[in-house]
Ligand binder design. Structure first.
Ligand code: PLP
Length: 383
């Protein structure tokens, strides 16, 4: 008897975790590996959670999530972008973007459907697509195009089975962003070919060159887009497991159907903390300013040690090229860890076109960042 389902056994464990696990067994390691803020969740948010517990908020909430939180998310979205979502039936609170992504894929895909993923991309998209029985179809993005998804490249991979496109800008792992004009070229194709879009905008608040444009803000796209966002990155709340999906009523309703049977609801304490996060945004803005300072330290440092790096304009990742070292990205990351105790992630983990690059998260203090760059410089000099 085959005890594990074929589509599960075919999938490898996450390449990010592998490096993280090795590093945990070593001393004096500086990790630019995991995409997680080094900040503790701001105090006012933690206090809101403590207060909720003191008041005895320990029950389930509505499957949709607390109405008050959905209203705050709707208000915030409208204020920041002018796009309105009805808190009653167009917003679903989830346990992180991770759950929202899984629900969105399962709600819209049937076996045999094709889903376009641009690469290099976040490690969950491909496996989660495969778990649904649908087929991921990858479109490479190129540093020459600032890692933007090009309309022509997208067009080439469409077939009559293409059902949806997963977009992720600001992007993990490259830090690339796409402006309104870039997105409009994609929206034209989405319209023309009657596609749906899952737009993972978890780094939407983390931009350093103008404001992020949500895909659903483009003409005609609100009806076609499931927008995912959450609190993990911008509010330093990774451990709270809280996120949300916004979209047209029929699609959010379908996601809700799955969510109510597999999750019931997101934790009430995390929902109450998220409500406070939306009220007190000053600390979030301060964290973003600090990421921007670190981004500059990172870029300057990489240049000084001789690694070419595309300028990331969002998220908290730099994605320098390491082709001039003659090493594969996997060898580079492994040797750097063993010799200098710095964790970076091989670009190949994020798709074949990530080969020749490494991902360095600059969500560590400037002190650690400078030390990591110094060690990387020493490593390069010794090659
Ligand atoms: N989407 C992207 C692009 C990410 O980088 C991550 C985490 O690294 C997630 C989703 C997961 O987010 P959450 O913590 O909300 O589940």
């Amino acid at each position: 008897m085959r005890r594990v389902a074929d589509r599960v056994s075919r999938i490898k464990g996450s390449g990010i975790r592998e490096f993280f696990d090795i590093a945990q067994r070593m001393d004096a390691v500086i990790s630019l590996g995991v995409g997680e803020p080094d900040f503790v969740t701001p105090w006012s948010i933690r206090e809101a959670c403590i207060f909720a517990l003191e008041k005895g908020y320990t029950s389930y909430t509505s499957n949709w999530g607390l109405l008050e939180l959905r209203e705050a998310i709707s208000d915030n979205m409208y204020r920041e972008t002018g796009v309105y979502y009805d808190p009653e039936d167009e917003i679903l609170i989830t346990t992180g973007v991770s759950e929202a992504l899984d629900l969105a894929l399962r709600a819209i895909l049937d076996p045999g459907d094709e889903v376009i993923l641009h690469e290099p991309s976040y490690v969950s998209y491909k496996p989660c697509t495969i778990f649904t029985g649908a087929r991921p179809v990858c479109v490479a993005t190129d540093v020459k195009d600032d890692f933007k998804l090009c309309a022509d490249a997208l067009r080439e991979r469409l077939t009559e089975n293409t059902k949806a496109l997963v977009l992720n800008y600001p992007n993990n792992p490259t830090g690339a962003i796409m402006g309104r004009n870039d997105l409009e070229a994609i929206a034209d194709i989405v319209n023309e070919r009657d596609l749906l879009v899952i737009s993972d905008e978890i780094y939407g608040e983390l931009t350093y060159d103008g404001k992020h444009t949500p895909f659903s803000a483009l003409d005609g796209m609100k009806e076609r887009t499931i927008l995912l966002n959450g609190f993990s990155k911008a509010y330093a709340m990774t451990g709270w497991r809280i996120g949300y999906a916004m979209g047209p009523k029929d699609l959010i309703g379908a996601m809700m159907k799955i969510h109510q049977y597999v999750m019931l609801c997101a934790p009430i304490t995390a929902q109450m903390a998220a409500l406070e996060a939306l009220r007190a945004r000053t600390e979030m803005e301060q964290m973003i300013e600090e990421y921007n300072r670190r981004r500059r330290v990172m870029l300057r440092g990489l240049k000084e040690i001789g690694l070419d790096c595309f300028e990331p304009k969002g998220a908290f990742y730099a994605f320098p090229s390491i082709t001039n070292t003659g090493l594969s990205s996997e060898e580079f990351a492994r040797q750097l860890l063993m010799r200098e105790r710095v964790v970076v992630i091989p670009g190949s983990v994020f798709g074949a076109c990530g080969e020749g690059f490494i991902r360095c998260a600059y969500a560590v203090s400037q002190y650690e960042l400078k030390e990591a760059i110094e060690r990387m410089g020493r490593f390069l000099a010794g090659l």
